[in-house]
Design a protein around this ligand. Structure first.
Ligand SMILES: [Mg+2]
Length: 405
């Protein structure tokens, strides 16, 4: 039986939320970014896009294109809050909601059709409720699978509703560039182009052996993608396989070669990693340090430890130990800390009273921070840092513990 899959993609999500909260921004060119001057544009409003401002641009680049650009630091708690409300709306139509990013979700509404009508009716109802309850617009794609639903949502933005029908599929795919497919990024697109494959039609007709000879087993999925086939299920968050790592990274306000400054960032990042691990009741025994140099070369090294950690200070000590063994080759542009080798935190009571005290203190801090949000209570050493400088990436998910990077 053919499935009916929706892909819902909020239009200029962060910027639209800001325009909704600050009505004086509506109708004006807005770019949402981190508070750090070196971060990039996370989302531009449609008014800013009209000037060519795009996600990923640096602020000077964006301002050069759009002199009247209004730059707004992102407020990730607010986006998470709106994202949760959106998912609640979707769940009124089907339990099978896969949150793909902070502003995108896949819904399998195959079984909901008897209750709510066909895919278009459900999509229209959801768009209506999203607008009424959040004031935001969404673009919805409808297709027989995730690949085509995602493709469809991108065809008409903003506020679109597009269905890709199986009957017209071959004509539709014939001249469609392969890079339009979710999953075919610039590198893969280039490799295919080198083989003379530029359109989905060409990809779908390419001999399987040629594709597997070049790409290994993914050659088979590539050929299927070229034909618009995709049998991946929509997986609700609670069924997702457990995260393999928890990490945070940040671009420094300016390149730094000062160890004490870098270590301060490592402490902050380690605290964030520890807190996220504790919130998900996980602990890990591998700490990884990532440094990206000014020329974008990336250095990564990990340490496996005997015990499982989720205390930010302990994670920091391990990250710092790795860092202190590194001879910096250049100034550092980005630092990252991640925790892997994750397992359920059994919550064992430590042997020594000092450790028991520390565990109670951390639990109390987490409790306060969970209730009052963000970083109400922090270790003294962190107080010199502005916690809001780290802004959520669009790859954030409200459930699970996916990487931010
Ligand atoms: Mg979007």
């Amino acid at each position: 039986m053919p499935r009916t899959i929706l892909h819902i993609d909020m239009d200029a999500f962060f910027a639209s939320v800001e325009q909704r909260v600050h009505p004086e921004l509506s109708g004006r060119p807005v770019a949402v970014c981190g508070a750090n001057a070196r971060t990039v544009v996370l989302t531009a409003s449609y008014e800013a896009r009209a000037f060519g401002v795009k996600t990923g641009m640096t602020l000077p680049e964006a301002r050069a294109l759009c002199p009247g650009l209004i730059v707004v630091p992102g407020d990730h708690d607010r986006y998470i809050d709106v994202s949760r409300r959106l998912v609640e709306i979707y769940q009124d139509y089907t339990p099978t909601v896969e949150v793909f990013s902070v502003d995108e979700a896949f819904l399998d509404v195959t079984a909901s059709r008897t209750l709510f009508g066909d895919g278009e009716s459900i999509a229209a109802a959801i768009k209506h409720r999203v607008r009424r309850e959040t004031g935001l617009t969404a673009s919805v794609g409808i297709g027989p699978n995730k690949l085509l639903a995602k493709l469809a949502s991108g065809l008409k933005k903003p506020d679109g509703l597009v269905r890709i029908e199986l009957e017209n599929l071959p004509i539709f795919l014939e001249n469609l560039p392969v890079k339009a497919l979710c999953g075919i990024g610039p590198n893969l697109g280039r490799a295919l182009a080198e083989m003379g494959i530029r359109t989905c039609g060409e990809l779908g007709r390419a001999p399987l052996e040629r594709l597997t000879g070049r790409f290994g087993i993914i050659g088979r999925s590539l050929k299927a993608m070229g034909q618009g086939q995709d049998d991946r299920p929509v997986v609700p968050a609670e069924e997702e396989p457990e995260a393999k790592s928890i990490g945070h990274g940040m671009t420094l306000a300016r390149d730094s070669s000062r160890p004490e400054e870098i270590e301060q960032h490592l402490l902050h990042l380690s605290e964030m990693v520890g807190r996220r691990a504790r919130r998900n009741r996980l602990a890990g025994n591998v700490v990884t340090l990532t440094l990206r140099y000014a020329d974008f070369q990336t250095f990564t090294r990990q340490r496996r430890i005997k015990t499982f950690l989720n205390d930010g200070i302990e994670i920091h000590l391990e990250a710092r130990r790795i860092f202190r063994a590194v001879r910096l080759q250049q100034a550092v542009r980005l630092v990252g800390v991640s925790l892997s080798g994750l397992s359920r935190d059994a919550g064992q009571i430590p042997l020594f009273e000092a450790d028991r005290k520390r565990r109670r203190l951390i639990a109390a801090m987490d409790g306060i921070n969970d209730r009052h949000g963000g970083w109400t209570v922090r270790w003294g050493t962190l107080l010199t840092r502005d916690p809001h400088k780290t802004v959520i990436s669009p790859a954030w998910r409200p459930k699970g513990v996916r990487d931010y990077d």
